[in-house]
Design a protein. Structure first.
Length: 277
């Protein structure tokens, strides 16, 4: 592991002193930004001819007895299939984009493509939660009024594995596999965690899906230590063309939290070093 970098703290104290130690220490998230997706799905659930241009149903999903929970799960399956197709068509056939996936130009597209050997399974029969109207504070029927359990967004990997085991009975392997979905986030600032980007990964550079995220494998390349150096035109490996490996981690600390107990207030994140370091 590397060192603690004071650079960002110095930058914020010099350039934006009003933000230094200006935010409370945060240990959980509200997930409120999922509301837009939930509201969009609610229109599909309750309106027979939504969205515009789609086929018109004789009755809405709600009126026909379908559950909101089944729709949400089905939408997740469709989103995953779309992400796989987007990655395969927009990335695997373009050498420059494949470089971001840590594939060398000599690798054929077959190594890049994600293959579904069988359809993503789907089963119906889920039951919707019924909110407590006496404590609701939104007009939405999907509001969860029971106390929710949220993982610490700044917790360690051990804590993440423990939480998903307790809540969903996931194995460590299943939890780590799920982490790749974060790569679908666009490369925009993550204001909640005071970082420049939301996740390690890449986005489509051109075409109709430009700036959309992909199922990126760089996260796993960093974990197993087998990465190429990113050249301007090519991936650089060792003399035999193999990954140079050797990435370690350093700690990057911000100065936003109102934490007087530490020299570097936080939050802090692990960041990978360059390959070969």
């Amino acid at each position: 592991m590397g060192y603690v970098s004071p650079q960002n703290i110095g930058d914020i104290r010099r350039k934006k002193p009003h933000l230094y130690r200006a935010y409370p220490i945060t240990r959980k998230t509200s997930n409120n930004k999922l509301q837009l997706a939930a509201r969009s799905l609610e229109l599909i659930f309750t309106v027979p001819n939504w969205p515009p241009g789609a086929g018109v149903l004789t009755t809405s999903l709600k009126e026909s007895g379908k559950s909101r929970a089944d729709l949400w799960q089905f939408a997740g399956n469709v989103a995953l299939e779309k992400a796989i197709n987007r990655t395969n068509t927009a990335i695997c056939k373009d050498l420059q984009s494949r470089k971001g996936l840590q594939l060398s130009p000599s690798d054929d597209a077959d190594k890049c493509e994600i293959k579904l050997n069988r359809p993503i399974p789907f089963r119906s029969g889920r039951i919707d939660c019924v909110p407590d109207e006496s404590v609701k504070w939104t007009p939405y029927p999907f509001e969860a009024t029971k106390t929710e359990k949220h993982s610490n967004t700044f917790g360690t990997g051990t804590q993440v594995v423990k939480d998903l085991k307790e809540d969903f009975d996931f194995t460590a392997q299943e939890t780590i596999s799920l982490m790749s979905l974060h790569g679908l986030a666009r490369h925009v600032p993550n204001f909640e965690q005071f970082t420049k980007y939301k996740w390690i990964g890449g986005v489509i550079q051109k075409g109709p899906d430009a700036k959309k995220g992909i199922l990126h494998r760089l996260y796993y390349k960093i974990l197993n230590g087998k990465r190429y150096r990113m050249g301007y035109e090519y991936l650089n490996g060792d003399k035999n063309g193999n990954p140079v490996g050797g990435p370690g981690f350093w700690i990057d600390c911000k100065g936003h939290w109102n934490n007087t107990d530490r020299k570097f207030p936080g939050p802090c994140h692990f960041r990978p070093t360059q390959p070969g370091n």
